[in-house]
Design a protein around this ligand. Structure first.
Ligand code: FRU
Length: 491
């Protein structure tokens, strides 16, 4: 093991011991210590789910990336393992960036990741050289391959960027070959997804341009994921520099392209596009196929534009979303909390047809910061706004606002305790046509995840409200009623 990896492992064991378990979310993964961004290497190996993550163990800010590591049998109770990768080689000395993992035929676990090394150009400017590397291991300790990088700049097609070439996603084609999707910047300055194939996972050849952004969805595409879902294929990408339009909001977003994949040519034919999550904090998701055939997605529950919302001195920064099962309905990607999460449901309280008014209604036993709740809002003819406030106490609350005539849902965390002047509210057009709106609200200490209409749309938002703000209330500006079922969670 390199000195750098040993140093990270020593540091994290010490630093994590001083983080009180109560200072972490109840069922969302946070870094062992320090900073976390993208999920990496999401895979099922040795009878467990493995989730690695972009990791700076030394600080609560992004810096030279390591890979943190955790394992779980239900995707909700995680056990930390020691850091898996440190930037300890010449080709990755400026960071082990995002990547993925797969089991090899001989039973070893293969990690595929982007190695970053900076170089000084003639004009004195610094630029990244990004190459693809592998490491093999037993589910806890990994050794980098002596012939890294396995996909260097020389294997790029004509005109492709050497600086923006990252985030490999690996899977197997139907003929057994390994295939890798990689994010790259095309000569037009926007993203493209390149495919490489390999017989053994070590020796790779360029195959095709799977799909190209052509400046439609932001600029550079990051963190591709690609998989079959039902009788379609899905390409997930996380674009940088989106402009606002249609379902999409400014900044870093997540786009789902549904289409068909031609395994002979390595080309993807898009049929439709949509946003994956309309909230503030969801980026760079990865998926895994569960042993029983479900496609499960976890995203980084944060946003590059809103990272500074945390206060200095917090014990950790960054968290993962709840695991979500994906499916296609009426040609669109739907998502709902994975069935493992449903299994945490404990005691429930349920209310039918509660009348709402401008005076906020609270309900006995409907409160808390760690819970799962189904709410159906039923506005009457004279009602334009229905609202659910969570994490509420005194001046604190985070509000979920249904504007009936505008047909929008807004999650507003201005009053969640943030001391920063950055984006605090996100609104989206509601797709379902009925005025009755079914919501599922998944609350953990530091997040609100709202699923609309059976998972047709999702809105995810991180909050850092003091934990004693645990009230929930319902109101409306005209006649309206609500059905509410709240579940405690068996943690
Ligand atoms: C996405 C991303 C990836 C990169 C990683 C670096 O959030 O920018 O493209 O590999 O983060 O930490």
């Amino acid at each position: 093991m390199s000195d750098l990896l040993q140093k990270a492992r020593n540091h994290e064991a010490r630093a994590a011991a001083s983080i009180d378990a109560g200072a972490r979310p109840a069922f969302h993964l946070t870094p062992y210590c320090g900073w976390m961004n993208d999920p990496n290497g999401f895979s099922y190996y040795g009878g467990k789910y493995h989730l690695f993550y972009q990791y700076n163990p030394y600080d609560i800010h992004w810096n030279t990336m390591h890979w943190g590591h955790a394992v779980s049998s239900n995707l909700l109770h995680w056990k930390y393992l020691p850091a898996a990768l440190a930037p300890d080689e010449a080709y990755d000395c400026n960071g082990c960036f995002s990547g993925n993992a797969i089991e090899l035929d001989d039973g070893r676990h293969l990690l595929v990741y982007t190695g970053v090394k900076q170089e000084k150009m003639e004009d004195g400017k610094i630029r990244d050289i990004q190459v693809q590397c592998v490491a093999v291991g037993d589910g806890e300790n990994y050794e980098k391959y002596e012939k890294n990088p396995v996909i260097g700049s020389s294997k790029l097609p004509e005109g492709a960027s050497r600086s923006d070439f990252r985030d490999p996603k690996i899977w197997r084609l139907s003929d057994g070959r390994f295939c890798c999707a990689l994010a790259n910047r095309a000569p037009d300055g926007s993203g493209q997804i390149l495919l490489y194939t390999s017989g053994d996972g070590f020796d790779w050849d360029f195959w095709s341009v799977l799909d190209a952004n052509e400046n439609r969805f932001g600029k550079m595409w990051e963190c591709p994921d690609f998989f079959r879902l039902g009788d379609k294929f899905v390409l997930l990408v996380s674009p940088q520099d989106m402009v606002c339009g249609g379902e999409y909001k400014n900044g870093n977003g997540t786009v789902c392209l549904i289409g068909d994949f031609d395994e002979k040519t390595g080309k993807f034919v898009e049929c439709s596009d949509q946003t994956v999550d309309s909230g503030i904090d969801f980026y760079a998701p990865q998926t895994v196929l569960s042993p029983d055939g479900r496609r499960i997605m976890i995203g980084w529950m944060q946003n590059w534009d809103t990272c500074p919302i945390r206060e200095e001195g917090s014990p950790w920064a960054g968290q993962m979303s709840v695991p979500r099962e994906l499916f296609i309905r009426n040609g669109r990607l739907f998502q709902k909390p994975a069935k493992e999460f449903d299994e945490l449901r404990g005691k429930s309280v349920s209310y039918k047809d509660v009348s709402l008014s401008s005076v906020p209604t609270t309900l006995a036993d409907v409160s808390g910061r760690v819970l799962d709740m189904e709410v159906t809002l039923r506005p009457g003819a004279d009602c334009n706004v229905c609202s659910v406030k969570v994490a509420e106490s005194g001046d604190f609350y985070t509000e979920i606002i249904y504007r009936v005539r505008e047909r929008t849902l807004t999650v507003d965390r201005r009053h969640s305790g943030s001391r920063r002047a950055l984006l605090h509210a996100m609104e989206c057009k509601i797709l379902c046509a009925s005025s009755e709106l079914p919501l599922r609200i998944v609350l953990d200490k530091n997040s609100v995840e709202v699923f609309m209409n059976g998972g047709e749309q999702a809105m995810t938002t991180a909050i850092y409200t003091p934990l004693d703000a645990d009230g929930i209330s319902f109101s409306a500006d005209g006649s309206a009623s609500a059905d509410v079922e709240k579940f405690s969670l068996k943690m």
